[in-house]
Design a protein around this ligand. Structure first.
Ligand code: ATP
Ligand code: MG
Length: 384
């Protein structure tokens, strides 16, 4: 089976690594160069998209910010899973909010802003502090502004205006202004839906972000009621989108309530722990769904955490001396804040996992992992 992935980053790479044993060959469309490449070696296979489409049984995507022309061509081939509409929804916060409203799913109070008048109006309707997010092309906390009070409003608007002006011409830019949610913690649900409508979800993952970027995810057995609440949201969104493949939903937890932050129509960074903590990893399950194979179990095998390696291309190999630890590099060149790789670690109990995480925090350089120790200390203290 041949599958073309739109996007040639680490997610395509990890899909390729996961599904080789199933005899599924992954080729990746590099949207920057327009070439179809081997996701592991980046060697060019085809010089254009159409050959990539012709020589694949199915097409999927590793990111949602794909131009609509490319999506239309892939959709027309009848091979694209999830469908182009689902991918577009994930890439435009306006469509995403419409979907959440349609599915009657709780989310942060918000307003859509396209003009200065909308901006002024939103500041009257919502209350500070606010977070403003670009409707298009936002990821890893980019294209976001935090607004604490009225005094910052004018400067923030000028910045947003400059962002619109500097963005792609001929498209309608907007920001979504959201009420800051005083969340107790952030969690996400990664799940998978096949072409017959069967769904399976992984246990909710607890996530910690530094500067708007995911830094640590922890998966363990979680409160049943909360898991059921999240699964209900997953089922309604996946069904509404007629979704095929892995879909991730990020939530804010406030007390016992989950508010959806955003959805990602793809395998997700907060699901990387499934590579060793779940019966079937998210990458394999995504391709199983795409290729009409039976879905694999999403059960947690043992408590597992993932630590992102951001902007660093070298960590002490000593991390591998911590039991049940695996290192995953993406083969990318170093750039500040860039996702370069991740570390997965498991324990037979949550306590053992926390202690191994602490061992890793002792080894990892403080400068690149400055929030790790305080976060793990806080996590550990809840377990005692
Ligand atoms: P990523 O690609 O890493 O998921 P993103 O650029 O898509 O990031 P969001 O997930 O919307 O952006 O926001 C990044 C982080 O900023 C969130 O995980 C959360 O920590 C914080 N954040 C976003 N929106 C809110 C909100 N309404 N209230 C409180 N915190 C928020
Ligand atoms: Mg996010």
């Amino acid at each position: 089976m041949n599958v073309l992935v739109l996007g040639a980053g680490q997610l395509a790479r990890m899909m390729a690594l996961a599904v080789k044993p199933l005899n599924i060959n992954i080729r990746a469309f590099d949207v920057g160069s327009g070439n179809v490449v081997d996701p592991l070696t980046t060697g060019v296979i085809f010089g254009n998209l159409s050959q990539g489409i012709e020589f694949s049984d199915f097409i999927t995507a590793e990111f949602e910010h794909i131009d609509h022309q490319t999506l239309a061509v892939c959709q027309a081939s009848g091979k694209l899973r999830p469908n182009s509409q689902a991918i577009k929804v994930g890439g435009d916060r306006r469509l995403e909010k419409d979907l959440l409203i349609k599915c009657k799913v709780a989310n942060a109070q918000h307003e859509i802003i396209e003009t200065k008048a909308d901006f002024d109006q939103a500041l009257k309707t919502l209350s500070f502090p606010l977070i403003l997010k670009s409707a298009l092309a936002g990821y890893d906390g980019k294209g976001q502004w935090r607004l604490k009070n009225q005094a910052q409003a004018e400067a923030t608007w000028l910045d947003i205006k400059a962002f619109f002006d500097g963005g792609e011409q001929g498209v309608k830019h907007a920001v979504v202004a959201e009420q800051m949610v005083p969340f107790d913690r952030e969690v996400s649900l990664v799940g998978v839906r096949d072409s017959k409508g069967n769904t399976k979800v992984y246990p909710l993952t607890q996530n910690h972000h530094s500067n708007g970027v995911l830094s640590v995810s922890i998966a363990h057995h979680i409160d049943k009621a909360l898991q059921a609440q999240a699964q209900k949201v997953f089922d309604s969104i996946a069904q509404e989108l007629n979704y095929i493949g892995v879909l991730a939903i990020e939530f804010f937890q406030v007390g016992e309530q989950l508010l959806v932050n955003e959805i990602a129509p793809r395998v997700h960074n907060s699901g990387h722990w499934t590579q060793q903590g779940a019966d079937t990893c998210q990458f394999e399950n995504h391709l199983r769904a795409v290729c009409n194979l039976p879905l694999g179990s999403t059960e947690l095998i043992r408590p597992t955490a993932m630590i992102n390696i951001l902007g660093e291309d070298n960590v002490p190999n000593e991390v591998l001396s911590v039991a049940s630890t695996r290192l995953h590099w993406y083969g990318k060149s170093k750039r500040a804040g860039r996702k370069m790789g991740h570390i997965n670690v498991s324990g037979n109990s949550e306590k053992q996992l926390a202690s191994r995480l602490m061992d890793l925090a002792e080894i990892l350089p403080e400068a690149a992992f400055d929030e790790l120790k305080p976060y793990i200390t806080a996590y550990q203290s809840k377990l005692i």
